[in-house]
Design a protein around this ligand. Structure first.
Ligand code: NOJ
Length: 564
């Protein structure tokens, strides 16, 4: 029988099971947010201390990237124990205190769940290494015999997503598979014990008052990895295989949805039902099952994040995702920045990619070689404009810590201070993700710009001072003020999950660079991504991302919220 558990603080937060549909969710990368004990690493007490800041910012929820015990082979996405807090970040008591403080401030809490792989220090993996081939302990992972007379060759030529081989030998002729770093062995999700254990983890955090889960690599859990290395496809065969039929050996297999149906049953044991958002890098047409109310309920849509700031592509992406949301019954999710990509204030300041496909990754990860010159002012202007428009779209908005400060990527972290495995596994090619994970500047001076009493685990450049909360607080023109106003107004204006496109006139064909829409209550939004000014389709200006022209028109690289 299903037990319905009461959320202890239902007094301050409603039981509304749809709270997430149009929520603004702020992603905290805990090690880089606020450091309460001066060890250079952000922690949970640091988050608690900043609850007033988060409340004033006006977000509805926070999502915490992993804070679990970890050797940090992949920034915490290598989890040693799913039901504990890393001692450097605090204790379970600190976690409870943080959740209570966030809830008391009216903020929901989403935690990151990393089910595809454990770390190599997880008790299960240690047991697997200490156990013989064929044991139940090894069957929780994807161990296979190597090729060659003594298994000295990998079972296949598969590569890891971070670069380098996707198999690691353990010294007895067996190898284990890893999608990511070698310190992140993949679990075997066809094993019922693995499935059961994660249900216990979902309950563990849900019982502690967590409102939802962000599910890492949600499309990769269940794999069809032949028992015999001779039957494994080559990497080229894998790459040539479609991922659109639910039958690819490694990605987006239909069986993964059985797992999420089981999770859904757990979510529904709680009131309000726990929520989840899938990090599933699948084709847009394949997101609906992850977002279904019989599954995780919502799925990230990274389409805007991957696109150049171009009105036609933005409009096509928005229309497509709103249609998809309507079909799945979920709401869509908008994201420009997160802990895996170059901050959008920097991306938008990069030279245009044009048709040069070799630059396909440039907008994501600055190449480790010659750095393109970033036009910082333009990047920030476009980021402010695009974000203001995004915050008015139907659906949920995911914001990444620091973007409310207009923070730029830090491209030039010295080699010796780098942490990200994607940097180390792709020498000279990939600048990795450390540049968006540098601890936040809270104050204009002090040892780590107010991040903590001492230094910061990734070095902050001197120019961080200008972006500090202290420098922006109270400044009507600052990016922080823009986010605060936008989030406050968004609460007032929020309405049905639909929009109508508007046509806007612009001199010299500027209209083609413009995106304009209206929500059901008359909330109008214009985003001008071109350089020429356009007319405003309304008289009451509610908020603008930059100054309007003296003639009252909307200049290029600016967005505005209006009422007709
Ligand atoms: C996606 C996470 O966002 C990323 O940071 C991590 O490296 C991989 N999944 C592996 O867990």
């Amino acid at each position: 029988m299903t037990t319905v558990l009461e959320t202890p603080d239902a007094v301050t937060l409603t039981d509304d099971p749809t709270w997430w549909r149009q929520a603004a969710v702020y992603q905290i990368y805990p090690r880089s947010f606020a450091d309460s004990d001066g060890d250079g690493v952000g922690d949970l007490r640091g988050v608690t201390a900043k609850v007033p800041y988060l409340r004033e910012l006006g977000v509805d929820a926070v999502w915490l990237s992993p804070f679990y015990p970890s050797a940090l082979a992949d920034g915490g996405y290598d989890v040693d124990d799913y039901r504990d807090v890393d001692p450097r970040l605090g204790t379970l008591a600190d976690f409870d205190e943080m959740v209570a403080a966030l809830h008391a401030a009216g903020l929901r809490v989403v935690v990151d769940l990393v089910p595809n792989h454990t770390s190599d220090r997880h008790a299960w993996f240690r047991e697997a290494l200490a156990s013989p081939k064929g044991s139940a302990a090894r069957a929780r992972y994807l161990f296979r015999d190597g090729l060659g007379e003594h298994g000295e060759l990998p079972p296949s030529d598969w590569t890891s997503t971070f670069g380098g081989p996707g198999w690691e030998p353990v010294g007895d002729g067996q190898w284990y598979m890893h999608f990511f770093a070698k310190e992140q062995p993949d679990l075997d999700w066809t094993n019922p014990e693995v499935r059961e254990d994660f249900l216990a983890t979902l309950r563990f955090w849900s019982d502690r008052g967590v409102d939802g889960f962000r599910v890492d690599v949600a499309h990769g859990l269940v794999k069809d990895v032949a028992a015999d290395a001779a039957d494994l496809p080559t990497q080229a065969e894998l790459d040539a295989r479609t991922t659109l039929d639910g039958q690819h050996p490694l990605w987006d297999r239909d069986e993964v949805h059985e797992v999420y149906a089981g999770w859904r049953a757990v979510f529904e044991e709680y009131r309000p039902a726990r929520t989840a958002v899938a990090e599933a890098w699948v084709a847009p047409t394949r997101r609906a099952r992850y977002a279904s109310s019989a599954g995780l309920g919502q799925a990230f849509n990274f389409d805007l994040l991957e696109a150049d700031p171009d009105a036609r592509s933005f409009r096509e992406i928005i229309s497509r995702n709103l249609r998809a949301a309507e079909e799945s019954g979920s709401s869509t999710t908008w994201v420009f920045s997160n802990h895996d990509v170059v901050r959008h204030a920097t991306r938008y300041g990069l030279p245009p990619r044009g048709d040069d496909t070799t630059k396909a990754g440039t907008a994501w990860l600055l190449s480790g070689g010659a750095e393109p010159v970033v036009d910082v002012a333009r990047g920030l202007r476009l980021a402010r404009a695009a974000t203001l428009a995004m915050l008015a779209l139907p659906g949920s908005a995911y914001l990444y810590q620091g973007e409310e400060l207009g923070l730029q990527e830090v491209p030039d972290i010295p080699h010796a201070e780098r942490q990200d495995p994607s940097y180390f596994r792709n020498p000279g090619v990939d600048a990795g993700r450390d540049g968006c994970r540098v601890p936040l500047p809270w104050t204009t001076s002090g040892p780590s710009h107010g991040f903590g009493e001492a230094g910061a685990h990734l070095p902050q450049p001197a120019w961080f001072a200008a972006y500090a909360v202290e420098a922006q607080d109270g400044d009507p023109a600052s990016t922080l003020t823009l986010y605060r106003r936008a989030l406050a107004l968004r609460h007032e204006l929020q309405t049905g999950e639909r929009l109508e496109w508007l046509e806007v006139d612009g001199a010299g064909g500027a209209g083609a660079d413009v995106l304009a829409f209206e929500r059901p209550n008359g909330w109008r939004v214009v985003l001008n991504l071109g350089s020429g000014a356009v007319d405003l389709p309304g008289s009451e200006v509610l908020l603008a991302s930059g100054p309007l022209g003296a003639d009252g028109r909307l200049p290029g690289e600016t967005a505005v919220w209006l009422r007709a």
